[in-house]
Design a protein around this ligand. Structure first.
Ligand code: RB5
Length: 153
């Protein structure tokens, strides 16, 4: 799978571990920075990751910041992105199966690297279930997005 990967300074170390893990598992990684622990603003990287997914330059995205929260808020401002902070494997799996989550946000100051990789594994294995009730709910989510996009144009 082609995966866009980004982080701010708080997420840099975990991003590096994730990058290595993804490559070892045979995934193709689109590294969108940051590439050091120098202070960097999470919205800049969250936008890159989310827009790469929205433009289909990557199938999914991963964004790491200190808590995962700022990155998630920023990523969800990009139409087409469906980002969520997941710090457990159930949410990571079900978020894809039921909600078609396409950007995983992680908080490097909340979870350790091993749990992050377990979460990642569950998220990577999961596929949207395509069940009628989930398609219906997703289309309602997309309708909300469309309504406010039209209102702002
Ligand atoms: C940066 O210090 C920190 O605010 C950021 O990494 C993230 O936790 C925001 O949600």
């Amino acid at each position: 799978m082609k995966i866009a990967l980004g982080a701010d300074h708080g997420g840099f170390d975990l991003k590096r571990a994730i990058h290595k893990y993804l490559e070892e598992k045979g995934h193709s990684v689109l590294n969108l920075g940051t590439d050091s622990t120098q202070p960097a603003d999470y919205p800049d990287f969250a936008e890159r990751v989310a827009s790469a997914v929205a433009r289909k330059e990557a199938e999914r995205g991963i964004m790491v910041c200190g808590s995962g929260v700022g990155a998630c808020i920023a990523a969800n401002k990009v139409p087409g992105a469906r980002a969520a902070v997941c710090h457990d494997t159930f949410s990571a799996r079900q978020g894809v199966e039921d909600d078609d989550m396409n950007v995983l946000c992680l908080g490097a100051r909340v979870i350790g690297p091993q749990l992050a990789l377990d979460i990642l594994e569950s998220w990577l294995k999961a596929r949207f279930s395509d069940q009628e009730r989930h398609r219906r709910r997703l289309s309602k989510v997309l309708a909300i997005e469309g309504k406010y996009l039209r209102a702002s144009n």
